[in-house]
Design a protein around this ligand. Structure first.
Ligand code: SF4
Ligand code: SF4
Length: 430
């Protein structure tokens, strides 16, 4: 029987690429590796212009408690360390590597290791050194998530295979094509956390993936296809009936949630000592000739990805990183993929509807999975009354976009809420 969370929406799924096996894109000629690809402090550069690097070499070291290392995704020469387009931050410090010396891997990368004998501490250290972050989108450093304080014991590890964003199919394909590696990665996480239970949560539009995982004797729960089923707090509520407190984290209710792609990346890191240098990305939309699920090197410019997919059908009006609900519009064809890039949507049209006045219909309130009153909060933000926005819970907003999706007046509510959150953080830092 399905349990659920309150609120949420049912946008058209449009998962055009769900039948397409993961293809491998050859390494690009040039990559742009950002030092900030994760939640937290940017990595500290370990290299200089002119240095020659191999694939998998660490070029930036995690700096501080919440940070992650970054690695070269191709071998070659560092031709610049400079500010470049960034898919989330606008621009950011970046290491530009040009391929000059063929595909040379760092020699610490092994064919296999006897990782089963490693202690929890050793496994955690490998995951940290490999720059693994949450691949569901938030890119939170995985080693931090796997290190809850001792007064927060974890009894359940949830593996998130929901992929509730419309149009994206990368996680679905990964579950169909690499179930054993995902399960092994999840077992590594469970060992580190000392968690008794391991549950896979998958939406019921991916029954084939659930079936494949079940055949390998893991506990899989099918969940109703509803957006944002894959948001951590909603997933915990749907699977376990536990409510993460306001302002709290999953560890407050004994849980850690990891995405299927993160499990796969951790397995690669632990078994082969392969750092996070590539990931599966769904390339889709109305303006790209051959949509695909692609294994892409981190730092690959979006124009190279589109060209590998046959080019444009026609010049796109919009390129979005992520899915249609939470994705971010890009302003340059040269923007590179980062660790958190789950999808690239190339769209022939932009739909920028005209914003109308609020008609007090309360749709935004009905669909909010966090129980927030977006209609009130956006007005507080618009009037720069940030303390009132905070009082009404703006910091609990998970930026899922359900409110804006359901608003008949096409008010870009999420933009207001995101802005309100960033202003509150900025003012509190001051
Ligand atoms: S207010 Fe935030 S959490 Fe609620 S629906 Fe809007 S974006 Fe989602
Ligand atoms: S959905 Fe839009 S129009 Fe309706 S109450 Fe919310 S902000 Fe106002």
């Amino acid at each position: 029987m399905f349990r659920g969370f309150s609120g949420g929406v049912h946008p058209p799924e449009n998962k055009l690429t769900e039948e397409f096996a993961i293809a491998v894109m050859p390494p690009p000629k040039k990559v742009y590796i950002h030092f900030s690809q994760h939640t937290g402090k940017p990595a500290r550069s370990l290299v200089e212009k002119g240095d020659v690097v191999k694939i998998g070499e660490r070029i930036g070291e995690g700096d501080g408690f919440i940070s992650a290392s970054v690695h070269a995704s191709i071998s070659g020469k560092i031709i610049a360390i400079e500010s470049c387009p960034h898919p989330v931050l606008g621009t950011s410090l970046c290491c530009v590597i040009e391929s000059t010396n063929g595909a040379k891997w760092k020699d610490t990368i092994k064919e296999k290791t006897d990782y089963e004998k490693k202690s929890k501490e050793e496994l955690l250290q490998i995951i940290k050194e490999s720059g693994i972050v949450g691949l569901g989108g938030a890119a939170f450093p995985t080693h931090v998530k796997l290190s809850p304080p001792s007064d927060k014991p974890i009894d359940t590890l949830i593996v998130n295979g929901c992929e509730c964003e419309p149009m994206l199919t990368a996680d679905h394909r990964l579950m169909l094509e690499h179930p054993a590696e995902i399960i092994e990665g999840a077992k590594i996480f469970r060992k580190i956390l000392n968690a008794e239970n391991l549950i896979f949560g998958i939406e019921d539009n991916k029954k084939d993936a659930a079936e494949i995982l079940r055949k390998q004797s893991v506990n899989v729960k099918l969940l109703k296809t509803k957006y944002p089923q894959g948001a951590e707090k909603q997933l915990i509520k749907a699977l376990l009936g536990r409510e993460v407190p306001r302002g709290g984290l999953p560890m407050d209710v004994g849980c850690v949630v990891q995405n299927v792609g993160t499990c796969y990346a951790a397995f690669q890191a632990v078994k082969y000592r392969k750092p996070l240098i590539e990931r599966v990305v769904t390339v889709t939309g109305t303006a790209v000739k051959k949509p695909k699920n692609l294994l892409i090197r981190i730092g690959c410019p979006v124009i190279d990805v589109v060209n590998f997919c046959g080019g444009y059908i026609r010049q796109p009006k919009q390129i979005i990183f992520g899915g249609p609900m939470m994705g971010i519009a890009q302003y340059s064809e040269n923007v590179p993929t980062i660790k958190g890039t789950s999808g690239i949507m190339v769209c022939k049209d932009t739909v920028i509807p005209e914003e109308g006045p609020c008609v007090r219909c309360a749709s935004c309130v009905d669909v909010c999975p966090m129980g927030l009153m977006a209609t009130e909060i956006y007005k507080f933000v618009d009037n720069k009354n940030f303390s009132k926005a905070k009082e009404y819970g703006v910091l609990d907003c998970i930026e899922c976009g359900c409110c804006a999706y359901s608003c008949p007046s096409r008010i870009p509510l999420v933009h207001y809420l995101k802005f309100g959150k960033s202003e509150i953080w900025r003012l509190s830092k001051k």
